[in-house]
Write a protein that binds this ligand. Structure first.
Ligand code: 5GP
Length: 118
């Protein structure tokens, strides 16, 4: 049974302008902002402006837009933090570790070994 999209989830509230966030980038199909509990310095989340619970829901144009935004954010992270290593991370379903049920892609300037310490 697939999770039904909840219009009151925390990322929906951000898209509606109801709660504050630190914006990194925005265009007509995506929004990128700083993670409130970063797993490394510069931890960014990218979300589509589509009511998608997870990857299964993501429409092709939004999937493409999320990745194009990810490319921009990663380039900025590489420059700002002067490091090549950037992790993409993304969870689908509570069983996998998803806690916010609006699709989001993590972009984390870190190595897998650094994340393993958390
Ligand atoms: P996931 O669902 O991928 O396991 O994790 C959700 C992510 O959203 C976590 O990294 C968490 O820190 C982040 N997050 C949860 N609530 C907020 C919030 O209110 N603001 C921001 N900026 N990030 C949040």
């Amino acid at each position: 049974q697939h999770t039904i999209y909840d219009d009151n989830n925390i990322f929906a509230k951000m898209l509606n302008g109801d709660i504050p966030y630190h914006k990194v980038y925005e265009d007509d199909k995506t929004l990128a902002f700083m993670d409130i509990m970063p797993q490394a310095e510069g931890h960014v989340l990218i979300i589509p402006k589509q009511k998608a619970v997870d990857l299964a829901d993501l429409e092709p144009e939004y999937a493409a837009a999320v990745l194009m935004t990810a490319k921009k954010v990663m380039q900025a992270q590489r420059q700002v933090f002067a490091r090549e290593g950037i992790i993409q991370m993304q969870f689908n379903g509570a069983q996998s570790g998803q806690t916010v049920f609006h699709y989001h892609l993590h972009l984390i300037p870190a190595s897998v070994h650094e994340l393993g310490r958390h």
